[in-house]
Design a protein around this ligand. Structure first.
Ligand SMILES: Nc1nc2c(ncn2[C@@H]2O[C@H](COP(=O)(O)OP(=O)(O)OP(=O)(O)O)[C@@H](O)[C@H]2O)c(=O)[nH]1
Ligand SMILES: [Mg+2]
Length: 479
């Protein structure tokens, strides 16, 4: 027996070691992906800058999982954050309406508070919510240096408790929650046993989130330790299901509500024999958050690949268009020089030939007998002998001059305006450099993807799957 317990201890240790190395790898990959957006390995800039170079915008994906907790007032949202971070003073908890603003809780160097503008600076993805009236005062960030559970890789959004009736929020709370839901990885809906599914506002928000982001949403009946019996719990669950199910339009198959309470020293659950450990699904909730980290790695890898491909395609297209533009500009330059040559070389030459022919009597014989003049004098003769009245000769010259002058001016203007559309040497070399950096990122992407897959599957599983890492469609991250 003691031997068995020793081997099971060893197994546990092995499992823990594997879990922590997987976690470390996830953290490393998420961190590296972020780096590629800020600063590519062999370049001063990263994908965010490369995107700007091709006139588009790409934001780095968050390298941490974001979990939004919403639900009835006093359902234990803030208490859960405190419990997860193992810091009872992180969020204020009480029976009165306590959380009145949207608070991002993130890992930081020290415990601190940031206002809405600093919050948007740190979380640029959600900047649009500042446009909602009242949000400038309704958004803040709280930082904590807790390393409890997976907090270092998780951001929470603690939302104001939802109530019906006369209570008025200083912003459109439903709208803000819906906007935030787009950017988070997990939406936890907390329903307390007293109000359960009876808060109309909570149910409306749940209905809306279910329409768009049903796969992110998990519903928990909280504080079940205040109930007196398993029968009461079933009653509450029945009541919640009754209210909830008609509101759900997607993901109804297999949809479950879970139950939990926050284990707390001194909380009297001793006398409640019905409240067995397996009824409290808080560990499952932590597991859901943990699973999100793995999904986040895949999501971010996919985003990295896609953004890299998009920017590369745009850069290549820009260089291709620039090549075509260069050809066009060269042609225009040729037209410009041709008209210029006609105007300032050929036209004066013809004029002088004509003049020589016209004023033959005054021209020295030496010139008239010159061989060169002899071979081209037919031009002057042609004009003089053309039979046109003499004054028309002048019109022809003035007309030709005006036409050629206009043409050369037009060609010069076109040449200038089209040249301005060229990228220029610096921008071209920057784009080419960016393309090279993106090739390096792509190589890193394949390596990271392989490493990640290897950490998740058994070593004897054929790595044909890992080969799929080369294609962006390899892993379904939307599960
Ligand atoms: N018995 C019991 N009490 C809890 C549990 N979780 C929270 N509470 C208590 O419920 C009260 C409200 O908790 P909060 O965490 O402030 O709830 P909240 O959802 O953040 O409330 P608002 O921010 O006002 O919406 C506090 O007195 C907590 O101590 C639980 O699991 N069991
Ligand atoms: Mg709260």
């Amino acid at each position: 027996m003691p031997q068995q317990s020793k081997s099971s201890k060893r197994n546990n240790k092995k499992q823990n070691d594997r879990a922590s190395s997987r976690r470390e790898l996830s953290r490393e990959i998420l961190e590296e992906i972020r780096e590629h957006y800020y600063k590519a390995s062999d370049s001063k800039a990263g994908l965010e800058e490369f995107a700007k170079d091709v006139g588009t915008e790409k934001l780095h994906p968050r390298n941490r999982v974001t979990v939004m907790i919403l639900g009835n007032h006093s359902s234990g949202k803030s208490s859960f954050v405190n419990w997860y971070c193992d810091d009872q003073k992180l969020r204020r908890t009480a029976v009165a309406i306590e959380s009145k603003s949207f608070t991002l809780i993130t890992h930081g160097k020290e415990k601190d508070k940031l206002d809405s503008l600093a919050t948007i600076e740190a979380f640029p993805h959600i900047r649009d919510i500042l446009d909602i009236k009242g949000m400038k005062e309704g958004l803040e960030t709280v930082t904590s240096c807790s390393t409890s559970r997976h907090f270092e890789m998780v951001d929470f959004i603690d939302t104001p408790g939802l109530v019906d009736g006369n209570y008025s929020y200083s912003f459109d709370v439903n709208r803000v929650i819906l906007e935030l839901a787009e950017h988070v990885d997990l939406v936890l809906v907390f329903l307390d046993p007293q109000t359960g599914g009876l808060c109309n506002r909570t149910m409306t928000v749940v209905e809306e989130i279910n329409k768009k982001y049903y796969e992110k949403m998990h519903v928990y009946i909280t504080k079940i330790d205040i109930l007196e019996s398993a029968k009461d719990l079933m009653k509450v669950q029945g009541q919640v299901d009754q209210q909830l199910h008609p509101r759900l339009s997607k993901g109804t198959h297999g949809f479950e509500t879970h139950a939990m309470f926050i284990p707390k020293n001194g909380r009297d659950v001793e006398g409640k024999k019905w409240l067995t450990d397996d009824l409290n699904e808080i560990d499952r909730l932590c597991e859901d958050i943990y699973k999100c980290i793995g999904q986040k790695v895949q999501k971010n890898l996919k985003a990295l690949k896609k953004d890299c491909d998009d920017i590369s395609a745009l850069s290549k297209e820009m260089l291709k268009q620039d090549d075509l533009q260069t050809q066009k500009v060269r042609k225009l330059a040729l037209y410009k020089y041709l008209t210029f040559a006609c105007l300032w070389i050929i036209l004066p030459l013809l004029t002088s030939l004509f003049c020589i022919e016209y004023f033959k009597d005054y021209v020295p014989d030496a010139l008239l007998e010159n061989e060169a003049y002899g071979s081209i004098k037919f031009v002057g003769e042609f004009i003089v002998d053309s039979g046109l009245p003499t004054k028309h000769h002048l019109y022809i010259f003035v007309g030709t001059f005006v036409l050629l002058f206009g043409l050369s001016k037009f060609a010069a203007m076109r040449h200038r305006s089209q040249s301005q559309k060229l990228l220029g040497k610096d921008r071209r070399s920057k784009l080419s450099k960016n393309l090279k950096s993106m090739e390096t990122i792509n190589t890193r992407y394949v390596e990271m993807h392989r490493k990640f897959i290897k950490s998740r599957i058994h070593e004897d599983t054929p790595l044909g799957y890992a080969k799929a890492a080369d294609s962006s469609e390899s892993v379904n991250v939307d599960q």
